[in-house]
Design a protein around this ligand. Structure first.
Ligand SMILES: Cc1cc2nc3c(=O)[nH]c(=O)nc-3n(C[C@H](O)[C@H](O)[C@H](O)COP(=O)(O)OP(=O)(O)OC[C@H]3O[C@@H](n4cnc5c(N)ncnc54)[C@H](O)[C@@H]3O)c2cc1C
Length: 384
């Protein structure tokens, strides 16, 4: 018998009330998260359930069949909530959906009309997208060579979330050592070119963040999205970090929920020291949410610029700190059971600690500090 119970069937997605539909799916997704916690696992049914409520197409503009969730400034708050709610139920699923949203944003921002329409068709059909940028340390970056009628890829990427499951991968590749990277949209079949053997992380096991070998892959010219350097276009490149912070904030909420359940079950919540820990953990969950929401508003504003990037730099570190504080509080309050399967705090803590590791945290904080140092406004008015 399968350990994984079927998800409730999705309500019809006629009216795009994605958040209400998502809230209906979340208990089922959270209940399956423990069974998904295995090497090589991937939440395929959960991704299909997100598709069932229209969340794979929701980032598209209305003209392409979506409702601008995360691609229009007015969709920022709803996107932040969706990322947080999914992260709360399952951090690996949150990571996968965040990558899908990011890839669609990039294609919509930099692709031509034909590329945008094709990506929209694929998203509406339930194909999962991802952005794979990370190269293997010590190996040359993924290369792009011109050939008759198109391009060929040479090399591989690592830490590719959804490897073997993603059907549309937006990868960065170098055409010329001195030129900025190109974005290449690679169609993949399920199971193709993926190697999960190196994904030995303690947490986020169900994110299938493996290596993908691209050598020999030939693609038409139309696979190239945007101009060289499109991937790192400011402010989106750095400001987009708010989205992983929102997923992490959901993970903090899940951890504090597990801590509260534990204290209730054991009748230990009335102890003044445990109550103090729970209060502090609840403060951290709320701090993470408030930072993520404030960062979403600034990063997605139509006039977002350097100040938004600096604010997001502070926000991602503030969420990381809140998470690390909540992890320490949960460990101390729960004690050994927090390290024993199948206590939910054990898995959530492993997933959260792993997912907190994001690129260049020192650089993000130093960049924000440089903005604060140079800005003429009073400190209290810096982020207005
Ligand atoms: C679950 C998961 C899924 C992922 N999925 C994807 C994916 O789908 N696509 C993708 O492209 N990537 C993915 N990644 C990779 C991710 O984007 C980051 O590349 C990775 O997490 C970096 O982590 P790190 O701690 O090694 O970062 P680093 O940036 O190496 O930071 C480690 C430490 O070194 C410091 N540091 C960084 N640079 C320097 C420097 N030059 N000199 C001195 N110190 C430095 C940092 O401040 C930090 O203290 C994933 C990662 C995780 C955890």
């Amino acid at each position: 018998m399968s350990l994984i119970r079927p998800l409730p069937s999705a309500p019809p997605a006629a009216a795009p009330d994605h958040l209400a539909a998502l809230r209906g799916l979340l208990p089922g997704i959270a209940a399956r998260a423990a069974a998904r916690d295995a090497d090589g696992a991937f939440p395929a049914e959960e991704v299909a359930a997100l598709h069932g409520i229209g969340l794979l197409a929701a980032p598209l503009p209305a003209a392409l069949g979506g409702d601008g969730l995360g691609t229009a400034p007015e969709g920022a708050a709803a996107l932040c909530t969706a990322l947080r709610l999914i992260g709360r139920a399952s951090l690996p699923l949150g990571r996968l959906w965040e990558g899908h949203v990011n890839a669609l944003r990039l294609v919509l921002a930099h692709g031509d009309a034909g590329q945008r329409a094709a990506a929209a068709r694929d998203a509406r059909a339930g194909r999962l997208f991802a952005v794979w940028n990370t190269g293997a340390p010590g190996e040359p970056p993924l290369r792009l060579e011109r050939g008759p009628g198109g391009v060929r890829l040479l090399g591989r990427k690592v830490l590719c979330s959804g490897a073997g499951h993603v059907e549309r991968a937006l990868v960065t590749a170098i055409e010329d050592a001195d030129a900025p990277a190109r974005l290449v949209l690679v169609p993949l079949a399920v199971g193709e070119r993926a190697d999960l053997s190196g994904w030995t992380a303690q947490g986020m096991r169900a994110s299938a963040s493996g290596a993908v070998e691209f050598t020999g892959l030939a693609l038409p010219e139309a696979a190239l999205i945007g101009k060289p350097g499109a991937y790192e276009t400011p402010p989106d490149f750095a400001a987009g970090a708010w989205r992983f912070a929102a997923v992490q904030a959901g993970g903090v909420e899940a951890l504090v929920e597990a801590l509260r359940d534990h204290l209730r079950r054991l009748g230990r919540g009335g102890d003044p020291i445990q109550a103090m820990r729970l209060g502090e953990a609840a403060m951290q969950a709320e701090a993470a949410r408030l930072w993520a929401e404030a960062a979403a508003q600034r990063a997605e504003a139509a006039d977002a610029g350097d100040a938004a990037v600096a604010f997001v730099g502070l926000a991602r570190i503030a969420v990381e700190r809140a998470a690390m504080e909540a992890l320490a509080l949960a460990e101390r309050a729960i004690g050994l059971p927090a390290f024993l399967r199948p206590h939910p705090a054990e898995r959530i803590a492993r997933d959260l600690s792993t997912y907190l590791r994001q690129p260049g945290p020192d650089r993000a904080l130093a960049g924000a500090a440089a903005h604060v140092l140079a800005a003429p406004a009073a400190v209290g008015d810096l982020w207005r």
